[in-house]
Design a protein around this ligand. Structure first.
Ligand SMILES: NC(=O)c1ccc[n+]([C@@H]2O[C@H](COP(=O)([O-])OP(=O)(O)OC[C@H]3O[C@@H](n4cnc5c(N)ncnc54)[C@H](O)[C@@H]3O)[C@@H](O)[C@H]2O)c1
Length: 357
């Protein structure tokens, strides 16, 4: 960036890359991992190693998996029994990385043991389960956070920084364009009903809340199956989010997850009354309505795995500060509600109103 001609905005990696909490916080909390599957071994544990977190125990019902995981990541205790992990006084927070369908009874047992929970997303496969798990944790006075770790991905934090500085003025449009391919035979996600909205799409629904700081009042969604697809339900959507008229804001989320051409495209466009910012995972562009040229910033870091260090860092910081974590279970009910409304709208063809707060 040319300092003589460019506007004043500067963006440094420290402004948007997640960093771990201080060493004394990391040292205070032992993490017990429940579910040693693909995401735990591929993203959670490598990120926790990089961020210096203490994973003291791991558990999986699949024979041998917890032992192998413990061996690979130097975790001192492995078990197939949840209660054995919960009984350990050195487990201060449970990292719950099982599938949503398996979650409710486990959340109840963990909450009953008084251990704070960082739960993988999607939080639940229906609203009743989501509300019940929030209630179970609140009744037990146990902190609950949902791992919407995309909020800690560098590109998303860089956009949030632009918004926090007020550079765009009034934000009136949020647009997400995402093109990829996940129609993979034999994978668990093609067998999961409404995967593209409820499971993968929940990231982008939650991010729309992260960027706007507002709650929609109506959800409209369009989806379609395509010839020869493997997935049980559509892998493409456009979701329109309507806000109260006083918000003077709209959001559009488009995710084609069954693109046959070998491309992967990912962008957020944020438009405000003073200018626009757009980002891919690798670059953020800012162009204001002040006649200055656009500023381009190459972004460092990545969503996988760095953001997972950010979300666990938020959990540990919230525990040490005695506050509710960002993306708490109660907060996440709003994202889950939007996702279910989108499914309902796509099936009924009608706009779905969300209940008032
Ligand atoms: N945040 C993200 O970006 C992201 C990415 C991928 C997956 N996920 C989510 O993470 C979750 C897990 O996905 P995955 O791909 O790792 O699945 P996976 O099937 O590879 O792993 C799940 C593991 O949970 C274990 N398990 C099931 N019941 C258990 C119990 N009662 N006690 C202990 N272990 C138990 C299984 O044996 C399995 O090893 C899903 O909800 C998925 O949607 C999130």
């Amino acid at each position: 960036m040319d300092e003589d001609t460019g506007p004043a905005f500067r963006l440094e990696p420290a402004d948007y890359r997640p960093s771990p909490p201080p060493p004394e916080v990391r040292a205070r909390y032992g993490i017990g991992l429940v579910g040693c599957g693909g995401i735990a071994r591929g993203a959670h544990l490598p990120a926790y190693r990089n961020f210096g977190y203490r994973v003291v125990a791991c558990c999986d019902v699949a024979p041998g998996l917890a032992e192998n995981t413990a061996h690979e990541f130097g975790i001192p205790f492995a078990t197939t029994e949840l209660e054995a992990l919960l009984a350990r006084p050195d487990v201060h927070v449970v990292d719950l990385a099982v599938h949503a369908a398996q979650r409710p009874p486990l959340v109840e047992r963990i909450a009953a043991a008084g251990k704070p929970i960082l739960s993988q997303k999607p939080f639940a496969l229906n609203m009743a389960d989501a509300e019940h798990m929030v209630w179970a944790c609140e009744r037990a006075n146990v902190p609950l956070m949902i791992n919407q770790q995309a909020r800690w991905a560098p590109a998303h934090r860089a956009l949030r920084r632009v918004l926090d500085l007020g550079l765009l003025g009034h934000l009136y449009s949020v647009l997400h364009i995402h093109r990829g391919f996940q129609d993979v035979p034999g994978s668990w996600y093609v067998a999961l009903e409404h995967f593209n909205i409820l499971d993968h799409g929940i990231h982008f629904i939650d991010l729309s809340r992260f960027f706007t700081g507002a709650e929609p009042v109506t959800v409209k969604a369009v989806t379609t199956r395509i010839p020869g697809q493997v997935a049980v339900t559509p892998m493409i959507y456009t979701i329109g989010l309507e806000y109260a008229p006083s918000a003077e804001l709209m959001a559009t989320l488009h995710f084609n997850n069954i693109v046959r051409a070998p491309l992967h495209e990912y962008r957020w466009y944020l438009d405000g009354t003073l200018g626009s910012a757009w980002a891919s995972p690798r670059e953020l562009v800012l162009q204001l309505a002040d006649g200055q040229p656009a500023q381009r910033f190459a972004l460092e870091g990545n969503w996988f795995n760095e953001a997972f260090g950010g979300s666990m860092g938020e959990m540990l910081s919230a525990l040490s500060e005695g506050r509710e974590p960002a993306t708490s279970g109660r907060d996440n009910l709003r994202s889950v509600r939007i996702a279910y409304a989108a499914v309902e709208s796509s099936e009924s063809g009608r706009a779905v109103a969300l209940p008032p707060e």
